[in-house]
Design a protein around this ligand. Structure first.
Ligand SMILES: Cc1cc2nc3c(=O)[nH]c(=O)nc-3n(C[C@H](O)[C@H](O)[C@H](O)COP(=O)(O)OP(=O)(O)OC[C@H]3O[C@@H](n4cnc5c(N)ncnc54)[C@H](O)[C@@H]3O)c2cc1C
Length: 374
């Protein structure tokens, strides 16, 4: 039977970031993923500069043969309402294709890879884990996304959680579609639903177009998605039919996540732990940061992977991601009757100041949260 010190289930951004840091510390690490890479992931593929800094990505090298779309401005508003253009005059985010980004991170992380193999069986033998009756590990990390089997092992039940449900499509536009698409590549468009329980986006990355909508209320998702797509067409942003149906996925925002994330010889990172930012749903940065924090806790545990030794990781997550009291805009919104709140929000979303200072700087760019230094 093969063996390793740490087995990471899931080779997305969380798993590969954690693995890279563990390998740098000389820890024998294996990543098991049910997919063969490159693989697609339902996602907008919007990353903030902190991600680039935390992973030391050389953007010039990355852009060689891959899509890397600098984002310098935005159009925001309410679906069907007034639109506000905000220009930063410099790159404040980037658009990537997860098909390429995740493969890039995985191949450079230095871990041994077991790809195309799902975790089917996990057993505790003494103070080690035996996975798929094939590999023994002293520490097991769940990085398998929202439906991670290691999270289930720790008691998570995705069915009983209040998750963000989202649908998305990404495709390469042909010449005719490019001509019929009014979305500018450097200016993604974000539009909130009438009841503010979610938002839709239309995001062009070079010749690729990514359209989607996510909501905290899964039941009405298909209705909102189809209204959004219809509105994109009516408003002249998109003068062609989407080439295929959208694909759906779910994830937890940190405020709503109640998963157990640490146990004896086991911990969760990324979407498996439920860490996405509550206003924007950005999950790539929290996934990467949790991977780096977990690696720090593991190195400090010095081979003693008891729950007590690993629990420091839980504290690190709480101080990094607990947004504490919601921001003032959310607090005011919670106090107002729904109808009044909708019209106040509609008004604010139509103003230049609110769009830039609150929606973009605070909710989407986290301009005031420096990159993780660890
Ligand atoms: C529609 C949509 C749009 C989004 N847009 C953005 C965005 O623009 N920017 C942003 O920052 N975040 C976005 N997010 C959130 C973001 O996609 C996630 O937070 C992020 O991918 C989490 O990374 P991860 O490494 O934790 O998990 P994942 O990227 O989901 O990786 C998990 C890996 O685990 C593997 N796996 C799963 N089950 C098993 C198993 N049983 N055995 C072995 N391997 C397994 C999978 O194959 C996968 O490779 C979006 C999410 C959705 C749904």
């Amino acid at each position: 039977m093969d063996s390793c010190e740490v087995l990471i289930v899931g080779g997305g951004p969380a798993g590969s970031s954690c693995a890279r840091r563990l390998r740098e510390a000389g820890i024998d690490t294996v990543i098991l993923d049910k997919a063969t890479f490159p693989r697609d992931k339902v996602c907008g593929g919007w990353i903030t500069p902190a991600v680039v800094e935390e992973l030391g990505i050389d953007l010039t090298e990355y852009a060689g043969g891959r899509v890397l779309q600098p984002i310098t401005s935005f159009r925001t508003g309410k679906i069907g309402g007034a639109e506000v253009a905000t220009d930063y005059g410099r790159a404040v985010s980037y658009g990537v294709r997860r098909f390429e980004f995740d493969e890039y991170l995985l191949r450079r992380c230095g871990a041994r890879l077991m790809l195309g193999e799902a975790l089917c069986n996990v057993e505790r033998e003494g103070d080690a884990w035996v996975v798929n009756r094939e590999i023994r590990a002293r520490l097991l990390i769940g990085a398998g996304g929202h439906f991670c089997p290691v999270a289930r092992y720790l008691g998570a039940s995705a069915r009983n959680e209040e998750a963000v449900a989202a649908q998305e499509i990404e495709f390469e536009m042909n010449a005719e579609e490019r001509e019929a698409c009014a979305i500018r590549a450097e200016a993604p468009e974000l539009y909130f639903c009438e009841d503010l329980k979610g938002y839709g986006w239309c995001f062009r990355k070079e010749n690729f177009l990514n359209i989607g909508l996510g909501r905290l209320d899964a039941h009405s998702l298909p209705v909102h998605v189809s209204k959004f797509v219809q509105w994109l067409k009516q408003s002249g942003k998109l003068a062609f039919d989407l080439p295929a149906s959208m694909r759906g996925h779910a994830y937890l925002i940190f405020r709503e996540a109640k998963r157990k994330i640490v146990g004896d010889g086991v911990l969760l990172i990324g979407d498996a732990a439920g860490l996405a930012y509550s206003q924007s749903g950005e999950g790539i940065r929290p996934a990467i940061e949790s991977g780096l924090l977990a690696a720090k806790a593991i190195v400090a545990a010095n081979g003693e992977y008891t729950r007590e030794r690993l629990d420091v990781y839980r504290g690190m997550l709480a101080s990094r991601f607990d947004e504490g009291r919601p921001d003032w805009a959310t607090r005011v919104g919670q106090k107002l009757p729904a109808r009044l709140m909708h019209s106040v929000a509609g008004f604010l979303l139509g103003t230049q100041w609110f769009s830039r200072s609150v929606v973009l700087d605070q909710w989407f760019l986290h301009a005031d949260v420096p990159a993780l230094d660890c």
